[in-house]
Design a protein around this ligand. Structure first.
Ligand code: ZN
Length: 87
C-alpha cells in the first residue's frame, strides 16, 4: 500500500481486494475554508493560492480559523489478485 503520494491505495472489504487509482485527468485540488463563517475559496491546483485566499479573508473579515483541504479523485476496481477480472 502506498499513501496519497503514491496514488495507489488498497483495502480489503467483504473478502474482495480493491485498488484505488488516481484519475489521470483529475488533478489534486486545494480549497481553503474559514472555520469561523464557513466561506470557502474556489478550488485550485496550487495550495499557495488557497492559503492566499485565507490570508485575504482574514484581512477582510478578521476571522482567524482556517482549514486547507485536499481533494483527489480515484477510480476503484477489483484487484487482479482477487480473481476478479481487471478493468
Ligand atoms: Zn470567515
Amino acid at each position: 500500500m502506498r499513501g496519497s503520494s503514491g496514488r495507489v491505495v488498497r483495502a480489503r472489504y467483504r473478502f474482495v481486494d480493491w485498488t484505488l487509482k488516481a484519475m489521470p485527468d483529475m488533478p489534486v485540488r486545494y480549497v481553503g475554508t474559514c472555520l469561523c463563517c464557513g466561506e470557502r475559496s474556489a478550488g485550485t491546483d496550487n495550495p499557495d493560492d488557497a492559503q492566499l485566499w485565507c490570508l485575504k479573508h482574514a484581512g477582510a473579515t478578521g476571522d482567524t480559523g482556517y482549514e486547507l483541504s485536499t481533494h483527489s479523485c480515484f477510480d476503484a476496481a477489483p484487484s487482479a489478485a482477487s480473481g476478479a477480472p481487471a478493468r
